[in-house]
Design a protein around this ligand. Structure first.
Ligand SMILES: [Zn+2]
Ligand SMILES: [Zn+2]
Length: 327
């Protein structure tokens, strides 16, 4: 197999030939067809997450087909198309696993962070965390759904069912969730970097009610807002934009420090909370509805060997939507 490997934090990934791997008990091997590039991959490369692991193969938006099955695996077949998300394994016995909050598991494994991921021609996954994708949709279009879509979905559920929804940071996740929210009959207000008219136009083309800079106030008070951008300064701005009792959800795994702000912004039962990881049930709930939702993902594809270029373009905001690597 070949892979793009992070051998040292804050250095470019290295194209590497590796021996083929065999799935252990309860695992499958997946021949990668496409792997999305997530902002979390930048945090992995930059060493911004706690307990960074190297060497590691990043990538946790994996679409591929099962080409080897380990002992004791049930319910998956050779050649079946599956998606491998960020949450790669949970312990099943900690208090969080037992209270249906496996996203907070005390002893988890994360794909592309604490286990090798999908910036490769093949990957090994825990069979219980391989989500069947069916045959509808092409591999590249589906890849961003595995994290941007899934974490976005969890954030949307946690944001509540308010009709007026703000999305701060209009990248891979927001461009999917804007379509989902619209499909649910909500009005979407898209916030971009100030002056980023290209992305504002992109948001309008997806049918948002309003698009503007994050330094602007929306024309109406919002019921809820989700912050996808990794910018702590957006927290007080989003709190200011939501109505009494409104909710602000931080979807990022890592954001810059939140500046101090007047208590009046939180007063009147506004809520501020974060979303961490996903559960398998999130995956099942979201992916089951995907065919009806009519989501059209905007993707920019790169050959696997160009992964460093894809990461650099993501960092610089050089494309709208999501980047996807093809081995
Ligand atoms: Zn657990
Ligand atoms: Zn991700």
């Amino acid at each position: 197999m070949q892979a793009m490997v992070l051998t040292k934090l804050k250095t470019p990934l290295v194209w590497t030939e590796l021996p083929d791997r065999q799935p252990g008990p309860g695992q499958v091997r997946v021949k990668v067809a496409a792997c999305g590039v997530c902002r979390t991959d930048l945090h992995v490369v930059d060493g911004e997450l706690p307990y960074p692991h190297v060497p590691i193969i990043p990538g946790h938006e994996i679409v591929g087909r099962i080409d080897a099955i380990g002992q004791g695996v049930q319910g998956l077949t050779m050649g079946e198309r599956v998606g491998i998300p960020w949450l790669g394994h949970t312990c099943g016995i900690c208090p969080y696993c037992r209270m249906q909050r496996e996203n907070l598991c005390d002893d988890p494994i994360f794909t592309g962070f604490t286990r090798d991921g999908g910036y490769a021609t093949a990957t090994i996954a825990d069979a219980r965390f391989a989500l069947p994708l069916g045959e509808a949709g092409d591999d590249v279009s589906l890849a961003p759904l595995l994290c941007a879509g899934l974490i976005g979905w969890r954030s949307l559920v946690i944001a509540g069912d308010g009709k007026k929804l703000g999305l701060y940071g209009f990248g891979a996740a927001a461009h999917i969730i804007a379509q989902v929210a619209k499909w649910q009959g909500r009005s979407v207000f898209g916030f971009t970097r100030p002056g980023d008219l290209t992305t504002q136009n992109f948001a309008r083309a997806l049918g948002v009610t309003w698009a503007g800079g994050s330094d602007e106030m929306p024309p109406e008070q919002l019921d809820a807002a989700i912050i996808f951008a990794t910018v702590g300064d957006l927290v007080p701005l989003a709190l200011k934009a939501v109505r009494k009792g409104g909710r602000v959800v931080c979807a990022g795994i890592h954001i810059s420090d939140i500046p101090s702000f007047p208590y009046a912004l939180l007063w009147e039962e506004r809520e501020l909370l974060s979303v961490a990881n996903l559960t398998r049930q999130d995956g099942i709930d979201f992916l089951r509805q995907v065919p009806e939702m009519g989501i059209v993902t905007r993707t920019t594809t790169y050959a696997l060997i160009k992964a460093n270029e894809a990461l650099a373009d993501l960092r610089a905001g050089r494309f709208d939507g999501a980047a996807v690597l093809i081995p």
